[in-house]
Design a protein around this ligand. Structure first.
Ligand code: PLP
Length: 478
């Protein structure tokens, strides 16, 4: 493709994307294909000779779109919001065009420096203590990782390394594996699956502690677990608390957990993958009380801050726990300004890294703090509106408090009714919602996801659910 063709097809692609987003409501939100559908449509081998790009463009609607679930449709209510916006798309375009691999400051200073500035911006926007910011005099700061899962794994490894070094310093005869075998990390029974998985990957015991009746983990439970484990010779070293759990958007009680972590030298990591974005609105900051006890935390602007995947921001109070812990420094990666600016390769697992701060910068500038606050508040209001519709109907119950953009509900009565309801809803293809099971309770989750979801969309989604409920009830009670 030469530069003129790129101009032509680039413009066509931007038009295609604009039309796609503008008219996304008209598309059936759920894909309509069976496994292997694409094998029927594409040859077994790559073409020998290059094809005309207009032929490739034609295949998008024919081959790709039938297999797409439209995550940015206002009718998509699964999981949590997946961020996206026009400024973010433009940021990714430019990042792809520049295509630098910014593993050290020297490989493209703008890539590192914009990340330093935008993670500080974001940290201030959500009210983080200054110890988490690069601009503070300490060793803290933010970094963009690809996912919250990768972050929890990395933080757990840093915590593991820290405790192993501490114990070895006091007991030089002990070997590393012997210490690791005694380590115990904690999280709640509501934590995202990535947290127990980080334990598996890092070969440490990760215990899921029971939450209370609001699905929140508190200090009493943590203290009991620590005391019991210490009695049995284990070494508590890590807690991953959640602000906004995946199942019900519940909040662990950092105010009681934090002091216990401090007392026992336990690394507190806070996973605020979804809810962290809401802290840009001061009225939601009550849920992050106690954040000053955290050593690390992460939130995903790629969930709820209008940024396209991947952009998961992690902050650490003392970056030397990462930089010194996993420092492999061959000569070809070194440069003369080392130490004056972060070399982000030390702050992450991979070596290579994209220029992800561009899309963060574009989006924060294009919306401003107020634009993002408005977007978050509108989602929360729409969730409340849906909750009112559900409750007014009389046939449903809400199973967890609706705090942000997620409503957890079920049909009153047997679980089978809610299971049937989900089948009926999904068979319409009109909206997309997913189920969850929390402590044997089966329920449905409706998340407000798309940027441009309106009150009318929510009423339409509710109508789909209402009609599906009528069908379930008529089948059940004949
Ligand atoms: N933590 C929470 C609370 C989540 O809800 C999710 C995903 O929904 C994750 C972590 C995992 O996020 P990621 O896909 O960025 O790893």
């Amino acid at each position: 493709m030469d530069v003129n063709e790129f101009r032509k097809y680039g413009r066509e692609m931007v038009d295609y994307i604009a039309d796609y987003i503008e008219n996304i409501r008209e598309r059936t939100v759920v894909h309509g294909v069976q496994p292997g559908y694409m094998k029927e449509l594409l040859p077994d081998e790559a073409p020998q000779k290059g094809e005309n790009f207009s032929d490739i463009m034609k295949d998008i609607e024919k081959i790709i779109m039938p297999g797409i679930t439209h995550w940015h449709s206002p009718n998509f209510h699964g999981y949590f919001a997946a961020g996206n916006s026009f400024p973010s798309i433009l940021g990714d375009m430019l990042s792809d065009a520049i295509g630098c691999i910014g593993f050290s400051w020297a490989t493209s200073p703008a890539c590192t420096e914009l990340e330093v500035i935008t993670t500080d911006w974001l940290g201030r926007m959500i009210g983080l203590p200054k110890e988490f910011l690069h601009s503070d005099h300490g060793p803290g700061g933010g970094v963009i990782q690809s996912t919250a899962s990768e972050t929890v794994f990395l933080c757990m490894l840093a915590a593991r390394n820290k405790i192993v070094n501490q114990i070895k310093a006091k007991n030089p005869h002990m070997d590393e594996m012997e210490i690791i075998a005694k380590l115990v990390g904690y999280t709640s029974d509501q934590a995202n699956s990535s947290v127990p998985r980080s334990g598996m990957l890092g070969a440490v015991r990760m215990v899921k502690l029971q939450t209370d009746n609001t699905f929140s983990l508190n200090g009493v439970t943590l203290r009991e677990a620590i005391e019991e484990d210490k009695k049995n010779g284990f070494i508590p070293f890590f807690l991953c608390a959640s602000l906004g759990t995946t199942g019900t958007c519940a909040f662990d009680d950092l105010e009681t957990l934090g002091p216990i972590c401090k007392e026992h030298g336990i690394w507190l990591h806070v996973d605020a993958a979804y809810a962290g974005s809401a802290f840009v609105c001061p009225e939601f900051r009550k849920y992050m009380k106690g954040i000053e006890y955290a050593e690390t935390l992460s939130t995903n602007p790629h969930k709820w801050m209008l940024i396209a995947f991947d952009c998961s921001v992690m902050w650490i109070k003392n970056s030397s726990y990462l930089v010194d812990a996993f420092n492999v420094d061959p000569i070809y990666l070194r440069h003369e300004n080392e130490g004056r600016v972060p070399d982000y390769r030390h702050w992450q697992i991979p070596l290579g890294r994209r220029f992800r701060s561009l899309k963060l910068w574009f989006t924060l500038r294009a919306y401003g703090v107020e634009g993002i606050q408005q977007y978050i508040r509108r989602h929360c209001e729409l969730a409340k509106e849906f909750e009112r519709l559900i409750l007014d109907d009389g046939r449903f119950e809400v199973v967890a408090e609706t705090v942000m953009g997620l409503v957890c509900f079920k049909l009153k009565g047997d679980t089978i009714l809610s299971e049937k309801l989900l089948e009926e809803i999904m068979a319409t293809g009109k909206i997309y919602i997913i189920p969850a099971i929390v402590r044997d309770l089966y329920f449905l989750r409706l998340a407000i996801c798309a940027e441009r979801t309106t009150s009318e969309d929510i009423r339409r989604s509710f109508e789909v659910i209402k009609r599906a409920t009528d069908r379930v009830m008529s089948m059940h009670f004949v």
